[in-house]
Design a protein around this ligand. Sequence first.
Ligand code: SF4
Length: 220
Amino acid sequence: MLTTAYAEEILEILKLTVAVPSLVKAKSDPFETLIITIISQNTTDKNTDVAFTRLKQYFRITPNSLANASTSQIEECIKPAGLYRNKSCTIQTVSKIIQEKYKGSLNIILTLPFEEARKTLLDMSGVGPKTVDVVLLFSAQKPTIPVDTHVNRVSKRLGIAPKTGDYEIVRLSLQKLFVENDYLLAHQLLIGHGRQFCKARKPLCNSCPINSYCETKGAF
Ligand code: SF4
C-alpha cells in the first residue's frame, strides 16, 4: 500500500539525484508567473525564457500594459515559444479580465479560499488547470500540485497515480500521498526526474535512481 513515508523516500532520493527546474520561481509575482506559464505551453524552458525576456524588453509585465499592447507586437516577442497567435490572444484576454474585473491585480483572487480562487482563475478563457495550479502553488503558496506532462507520466509509471487517471485524479492522488509542505518540491522533482531519467520515449530505467520503487521498470 502506498504511504506518505514511501512517497517521502522517493523524494529524498530525487533531491540528491535530479536538477530542480528553475523557470518559475517560488514566491514570484503572480501575474508574471501566469504569463510565463501561458508562454511555456508545448515548448521548452529555454524557448520560454527567450520569449519572456523579449516580451519584458518591450512591455511592462502588468495587466494594464499587456491589455493595451499591440497584439502583433506581443506575437513578435513571443514567437520563439511557438503557438504565438493563440498564446498572445490568451495573454491579452486574461490581462483585460484582470484589468477590468479585478482592479488590475491577481491579489484579490489569490486571497480567496483555495477552491474559490482556483475556480475563478479557471473561468478565464484559455487558462487551463496546470497554469492555474502553477500560479496558485508558486505565487500564492496554495496547496496544489500542478500536473504537467512529466508529472503525469512519471507518477503513472511509478504507480503513485492511477494509470488512466485524468488531470484531477492524478493531482488529488499526489496530494493525498505527499505532505502539503512538499507539494512544490514534489512537483519540481517529478519534472526533473521526467527530464533526466523517465523520458517519454526511452526512459533510462537501468540508471534510474528510483527504479526499485517503480511499478513499470521492466516494461521498457
Ligand atoms: S524505472 Fe524507468 S519507468 Fe520507472 S521511474 Fe525509473 S525511468 Fe521511469
